[in-house]
Design a protein around this ligand. Structure first.
Ligand code: GMT
Length: 383
């Protein structure tokens, strides 16, 4: 198949999933064309199976705001025609599905180009934050030829918000060879020079991730006398507030802010505990990646996280903001080697059994085939 994929090319989870999906599809012989405003971060290699088409923005004095949705749609049309794409797969409803639907409609007189939308979560939150987006998002869902969501939770949330239920759940995935334990990593000595225990958090530092809770947890763990350091991976709007809180709590010296990192696995593989104290999480890709690296997860019981993290088996789940319980949970796994090992092994076992790329990529391929055959039937009926 020839597949056009559109993602937000930044560090967000949806961009990572779309990029990894493209890479995995190419490995299986499909031709993938990324259509986005910049080269997606995780896309390190372009070849005869993986192509990149940059959306060019036209600047014109009359345009107070540059019309990205139209520029993307135009690029989708051009690439679909030139490369003879079979379908467009967009990650994130707003505005990607609207651009893809416009492209499909413009091409319709010549041929039908099915549009598949994958929901990642904040597409729903966005609507929650601004109800005026609800009709256009619902339109995007209804007009897509197929819709997938990354968790059962997200499917249910979409049904409740949009009253739309034709959604297939296809979860996020990991490649078990890329995400695995490496006790000999040279990074370990660098981050824990005095054999400290390492807590790791990865996010885009938005308020919804509650990154400041991580330094609160660290402070409590240090109070109990466990030699610990916290590694904060990523960047975003809350970063300076977190740094400020760490200073107030007098744990800045034990906190390492390493910024955005291209290879998250390097940091997960040396972690003793992974922290994800989010207020909302439709899936929690970073928690899955941590589990694949045999790292116990201490997280909140929100959204799709209970589908990914097995409470008391591969980690511990708590209510939002329950610093007391989360720090106690961290101490439990840090002070009991057997428990730590058991949680780590169970996490990897679950990650492979439920979310390995070998299992999930075929689900996408089957979904593409189903949508292509449904569209072909519709076209025949309309001919
Ligand atoms: O988590 C973010 O802030 C980024 C966001 C995105 O759209 O890129 O992540 C969402 O999609 C990820 C990949 O499917 C999920 O793992 C995250 O749970 C989800 N984030 C939220 O629901 C807050």
């Amino acid at each position: 198949m020839k597949i056009g994929i559109t993602v937000y090319p930044t560090y967000g989870g949806s961009g990572i999933v779309g990029s990894e999906l493209g890479r995995e599809l190419a490995l299986r012989g499909h031709e993938v064309h990324f259509i986005s405003s910049a080269l997606p971060t995780r896309l390190t290699e372009l070849n005869d199976k993986v192509h990149f088409h940059e959306v060019e923005m036209m600047s014109y004095p009359l345009f107070e705001h540059q019309p990205y949705t139209l520029a993307l749609s135009t690029k989708m049309m051009t690439v679909a025609r030139a490369e003879n794409l079979d379908l467009l797969h967009v990650h994130y409803a707003i505005p990607h599905s609207i651009s893809a639907i416009l492209a499909r409609e413009s091409l319709k007189p010549k041929r039908y180009l099915p549009v598949i939308t994958t929901l990642h979560g904040t597409d729903i939150t966005l609507v929650g934050a601004d109800r005026s987006y609800l009709p256009i998002t619902r339109y995007g869902l209804q007009q897509s030829d197929g819709v997938t969501a990354v968790s059962k939770f997200l499917k249910q949330a979409t049904i409740e918000t949009f009253d739309y239920d034709e959604i297939e759940v296809i979860p996020n995935f990991i490649c078990p060879n890329h995400y695995r334990r490496d006790d000999d990593s040279p990074l370990l000595k660098e981050l824990a020079p005095n054999d400290e225990k390492l807590l790791v958090h990865v996010s885009n530092f938005r308020a919804v991730k509650r990154p400041a809770d991580c330094v609160e947890i660290l402070a409590k763990v240090l109070q109990k006398g466990i030699k610990t350091r916290l590694v904060m991976v990523g960047d975003g709007p809350e970063l300076s507030a977190v740094r400020h809180r760490a200073r107030q709590l007098d744990v800045l010296e034990q906190t390492e802010f390493v910024g955005k990192q291209a290879k998250i696995a390097d940091y997960l593989t040396v972690a003793d505990v992974f922290l994800l104290p989010s207020e909302e999480e439709s899936f929690g890709l970073a928690a899955l990646e941590a589990q694949a690296c045999e790292v116990p997860v201490v997280a909140t019981r929100v959204g799709g996280l209970p589908e990914v993290v097995a409470d008391k088996e591969s980690g511990f789940l708590s209510d939002i903001g329950d610093i007391e319980k989360m720090s106690n949970d961290v101490m439990k796994v840090l002070s009991d080697e057997e428990l730590h090992r058991a949680f780590g092994l169970r996490g990897r076992e679950l990650a492979i059994a439920r979310y390995s790329s070998e299992l999930v990529i075929p689900q996408y391929i089957n979904f593409y085939e189903k949508i292509l055959s449904q569209s072909a039937k519709k076209q025949m009926q309309n001919a």
